[in-house]
Every structure is written in C-alpha cells, then in structure tokens.
Design a protein around this ligand. Structure first.
Ligand code: FES
Ligand code: FE2
Length: 417
C-alpha cells in the first residue's frame, strides 16, 4: 500500500520521559495511575487538562498518529463526493473516486501549499470531478494524483518539473462500522482488530447502512477535550446533570458497563419500564423511525460505546449519534455531533419535524453537559490543583482511558489487573 507523502512525515517521537521537567513528572503520574486497578482508580492530574506541553504531546502521539474518526460513509456515498475535515490543524479531504474507492488526502497543494478546498469558498462536503487548487489551478484526481500533463499544472513546461512524482499526500483510511477513521501513521496497526470487543454490541444497529439526519457543532468550548470526552463516557452524571431529562428515562444507576479492554468501551442502560414516549420541547414527536432488525435488548434501552481517543456513540432504537471532541488548544475544544437514522426515515413526511425536535432536545442535553464540562475545567484550573478524585464503578471507561493514554504517551504496557 502506498502512503505517498507520509514517508517524509516525522514519525511519532519514541516514548521517553524526556521533555520539560513538569511534563516528565506528569507522565510518571500517568504511568502510576494506569497501573491501578479500577477499585483504586483516581482521576488524572489536573495539569493533564491545562498544560501546553501535555497538549503538544497529545498532538504528536495521539491525534497526529493514532486512528481518529472524521465522519460517516454516507457523507461520501457516491463517486465524486468529498468531505472536508481537519484533524488538529491538519487539513484533510475524504474523497470517493470514480472507481468507488475512498481516499484520505492532504488538502495541501504541492505547488505553494495552498488549501485546495478552502473553507472560505467551498462547502464542507459536496461533489467534484477533480480537486483544483484555487490559487494557480494545479489539478488532482480524486485519488490525489495529478490530473494530467497540461491540465494538472499549467505553465510549468519551461522549468524542470516531474509531474509523475507530484500528488496530494495520502493518509491511512479505514472504514469501521461505517465510520471513516484516518491515521497519519503509515505503520499504525489496523484499527478493526483493536475494536473486536465492540462488534457484537454494535452489529444489530448496522451503522454502515444508516444515513446522516443532521450534524451540529459547538466550537470553542472552554475546556480541555478530555473533560468533555470523559463526561460523554459515563452515565453516572445522569442523576445530577440530567436529573430532569435523561435520568427520567435512562437512570444512571441502571447502567451496566461492559468489561472491555483496550481502546473501545461499551455500556447499556434500560429504559424505565413505565416510560412515556419522549416529546420535544414544543410537544413534537421525538420518536423517529426504528432501525430495522433490532432485537428486544436494543429496543429496550440505550447503548453507549466509545473509541479512544475522542469519539463516543449513543445507540438508540431510532438513531445512532456519534460525538467527537476535537482539541483546539490545551483548554479549548470543538464538539462535533452527527446523528444517523435509517434511510427510510428521510422519506417520511414528518422527517423535518423530527429533525427540528431532535435538534432542540439535543441542545437541551448539551446545555446541561456544558455546565458540567465548563465547571470541571474551572475546578481543574484552581491553585493548588485538585487531585486524587475517586471513580465509581460506572466510570470504568475513564479508568480504561488512562491506560490508553499511558500507552500512547508514556509507552507503558498496562496489563489487566
Ligand atoms: S498553491 Fe496550489 S496551484 Fe499554486
Ligand atoms: Fe451528559
């Protein structure tokens, strides 16, 4: 397999405790925490949520090299479709070429490095025959290669220039459960086998066959991305943050967290037995079209699953929502939400009303979550920094997350207790 352009990319730095003194003590603490059994688990040190050095290390060793979710196959369903995405400042585009093959390409033009699909003038997704850089019109095929001798790079025939060696750099792309996963590391082990634990749990929802109902984003949330990801990885907080909403239909105390290992987690919460069908804020119907083929278990509750580093899915009888928390600095992130529904839902006359009600409801829940996320970040920023917070058994995914972080950042091998 080719990974053009990646070979010149610096590979992730070898694991070592080198770096600023504050950082090495932080990594030492992370290694200590990752070795604790869940029963003794403690929160990450506050500095892991505030330190610029720790953020830079995460950029290198997590987002700059590990598998990260960038979307769903429905967003590039037909030949010619593209989806723009940025993984921590790296401008990428996912394309489906005329042979139906998917590609993850750098958007950095090989001429003078302009963004070939600048957000100032092009939509986030759409359809194209070629990728033409708007600066001097160098043109690439949807697989990243140059489009042709003359059309590809105009007025370059009077200088020595090897068109054949010139193409948009390619990134690794894997479709897992219909989700587009990319990695900048040509040597990253394939993702699918690392998530084998989740397959039986997710299979009934057939996520790959669902379609995008809508997307939402909350940019510039003033908290470290891990605060929000950890919030999305446990239902313990239903009884506090969501006491008047989610807790009424999905009580946190009824959640059973699966004993996963590695980089994926899952949990299940049954609906309360006498649940009234939920309605949107204005009384609109909030129950959409059921995902075909679900069994009693899936129809009777919510599954939450997550993939480290930064994505979690909420799987309900009528929809699958995945959220990505993308860092934009040590103490800020963007929250990107994608709601998937069965294809037939979009053909129903009340689909627009369902989407409007679902968006409203999501805003209510997200507002409740943001109070917690912002409040935790304020707590973490206090002096002296708080430490040693203890986990409930419902917070197993946070404990598991520390072990993942230690593996990426410290190089620690964390065997199960
Ligand atoms: S920078 Fe793209 S054509 Fe010049
Ligand atoms: Fe929440």
């Amino acid at each position: 397999m080719l990974h053009d352009g990646l070979s010149s990319r610096p590979s992730p730095r070898p694991s070592s405790p080198a770096g600023p003194p504050g950082l090495s003590s932080l990594l030492g603490e992370l290694a200590r925490l990752a070795a604790l059994p869940l029963e003794l688990g403690e929160t990450l040190p506050a500095r892991a949520y505030t330190s610029e050095d720790f953020h830079q290390l995460e950029k290198d060793r997590v987002f700059g090299s590990d598998w990260v979710c960038v979307g769903h196959v429905d967003q590039v369903a037909r030949p010619g479709d593209y989806l723009r995405t940025d993984v921590l400042g790296t401008p990428l585009v996912i394309t489906r070429d005329e042979n139906d093959d998917l590609h993850a390409l750098s958007r950095v033009c090989r001429h003078r490095f302009m963004d070939v699909l600048p957000p100032e003038t092009t939509p986030d997704q759409g359809s194209l025959k070629r990728l033409t850089c708007p600066y001097h019109t160098w043109t690439y095929r949807l697989n990243g290669e140059f489009a042709g001798r003359l059309a590809g790079a105009p007025l370059m025939n009077k200088v020595e220039f090897d068109r054949t060696a010139c193409r948009l750099p390619r990134y690794r792309l894997e479709v897992w459960q219909g989700l587009l996963m990319v990695s900048a590391d040509p040597d990253a082990p394939p993702l699918g086998p690392q998530l084998a634990d989740l397959e039986a749990t997710l299979a009934p929802y057939r996520i790959e066959d669902l379609v995008v109902a809508y997307t939402e984003r909350w940019d510039g949330v003033p908290a470290n991305w891990k605060v929000a990801f950890e919030n999305g990885s446990e239902n313990y907080h239903h009884m506090g943050s969501h006491a008047n909403t989610l807790e009424r239909i999905l009580p946190g105390k009824d959640t059973v967290v699966d004993e996963c290992e590695g980089r994926g987690f899952s949990m299940y919460t049954p609906f309360v037995p006498d649940m009234e069908l939920p309605q949107g804020p204005d009384g609109a119907d909030l129950v959409g079209t059921l995902i075909p083929g679900l069994g009693m278990r899936q129809l009777s509750g919510m599954t939450v699953a997550g993939v480290f580093p930064n994505m979690a899915l909420a799987l309900l009888p009528d929809s699958v929502t995945f959220v990505r928390w993308v860092p934009t600095g040590p103490v800020t992130h963007d929250a990107l939400v994608t709601v998937l529904v069965p294809a037939e839902a979009k053909r129903k006359p009340d689909f627009d009303a369902y989407v409007a009600a679902s968006k409203e409801q999501f805003k209510v829940i997200q507002t409740e979550d943001l109070v917690a996320v912002r409040g935790v970040q304020r707590g973490l920023a206090t002096d002296p920094a708080p430490s040693g917070g203890r986990f409930s058994h419902l917070e197993r995914p946070l404990w598991q997350f520390q072990r993942y972080l230690a593996e990426r950042l410290v190089g620690e091998t964390t065997a199960a207790p």
